[in-house]
Design a protein around this ligand. Structure first.
Ligand code: NPG
Length: 375
């Protein structure tokens, strides 16, 4: 496969409603799409990837403009140089081609997905088939932001339950934890429920976190800081809610450390956070071998990332519902055909590659910045 050209396309998508987490309120999303034009044996295809970095470095050190810069100045040139020196360019070699660039996993993941999508399209294979996925659909979970009041939260949750979501995740932070969880349990009974703190607590908050124990949550996600693996292990001994890691797990290596330390009995796998789908599969395999449950997280992806996540989430270790919701959870208009939910599940895409591509008009309408890089 020869990569002829790579475009870095930044788009702006307003959210249908503000989304508040313990670290910020998002009102719009500006994803960075990676478009790879690739050819082989006289056939030319376009592969798409999505970089999940947020506009600000609040969730992770990476952020939109930094990711675009590192892609433009280092990652894409490194891939072209790798190709020019006669080494094969495949999704499996992207990480080696850019290994000398430290970190920047979200940027690397966007590039790798574009190459992977192109490669699979050239082979007329779907990502699901490539991953050995046999399921037709995956259960759809929904992430519910922090609201201004408990009654507003109950309305939001009620709306998602009416739509058929299979699992609810509540964002929490100090001051917005036990009360909203109790209210949701009292109103809606024993629905599959979990919470996500996005690093907002300290070990000194154990008494508060223990007050969540009676609600029999599926898990508490990333209660403590990203680099507090040892403290998560201590916390896991002190509460009965299973501890799940998100921000802390940036690679198969950190997943292995977390499992060995007892810092996580569940892992949220976000391909973007860990450097791509290939590393995500490694974490899945490692977790499965160690009896650690995994589920697929989300970063408010467009249909591009959402479709690829739906394929990944079909792998056997994904035993918990992921943050794989329909496009209309966040966006009035997606840039692809909308990802939809039926009976609480999202279909595993079966078309070539990731199975979706941007609708040209929708892409053009939302594009705010574009860079063209040629081999
Ligand atoms: O369904 O795509 C989705 C969003 C799921 O809550 C979600 N993501 O920390 O997991 C997270 C969280 C997030 C929100 C991440 C905002 C980044 C920004």
């Amino acid at each position: 496969m020869h990569i002829d050209r790579i475009d870095l396309i930044t788009i702006r998508m307003p959210l249908s409603a503000p989304f508040t987490t313990s670290f910020s309120t998002q009102t719009e999303r500006c994803p960075l799409l990676v478009r790879a034009v690739a050819s082989e044996g006289g056939e030319t295809v376009v592969g798409w990837g999505e970089c999940v970095a947020l506009a600000e470095p609040y969730y992770s050190p990476e952020y939109l403009e930094g990711a675009r810069d590192v892609l433009q100045r280092f990652l894409v040139p490194a891939l072209f140089e790798w190709q020019t020196s006669g080494r094969p360019v495949t999704a499996q070699t992207v990480s080696a081609a850019v290994a000398h660039v430290v970190g920047h996993r979200m940027a690397k993941a966007g590039l790798e997905l574009a190459v992977l999508d192109a490669q699979l399209r050239l082979r007329h294979t779907s990502l699901a088939e490539h991953l050995g996925v046999t399921r037709d659909s995956v259960p759809a979970g929904v992430s519910v932001g922090i609201e201004d009041s408990v009654s507003a939260l109950l309305d939001r949750v009620g709306g998602f339950i009416d739509q058929g979501y299979a699992r609810i995740k509540l964002k929490i932070r100090p001051g917005w934890d036990v009360e909203p969880v109790r209210a949701v349990r009292e109103r809606f009974g024993d629905l599959p429920l979990q919470v996500d703190a996005n690093t907002a607590y300290r070990l000194s908050d154990v008494p508060t976190l223990r007050n969540l124990d009676p609600f029999e949550l599926l898990l508490i996600e990333q209660p403590l800081a990203e680099d507090d693996l040892r403290q998560h292990a201590i916390l896991a001994q002190q509460i009965s809610t299973p501890v799940c890691l998100d921000e802390s797990v940036i690679s198969a290596q950190t997943a292995a450390d977390a499992i060995a330390l007892g810092a996580a009995s569940v892992i949220n796998i976000k391909p973007g956070r860990v450097g791509g789908y290939l590393e995500a599969v490694r974490i899945h395999d490692l977790a499965l071998a160690n009896g650690v449950a995994v589920w697929c997280g989300g970063m408010l992806e467009t249909g591009i990332g959402r479709a690829a996540n739906a394929a990944l989430a079909g792998m056997p270790g994904f035993t918990l519902a992921g943050d794989i919701s329909a496009s209309d959870r966040f966006y009035r208009q997606d840039i692809t055909e909308p990802i939809t939910m039926t009976d609480g599940a999202v279909a595993v895409p079966r078309g070539p590659g990731i199975g979706v591509e941007p609708i040209p008009d929708a892409l053009a309408d939302s594009t705010i910045h574009s860079i063209e890089l040629t081999a």
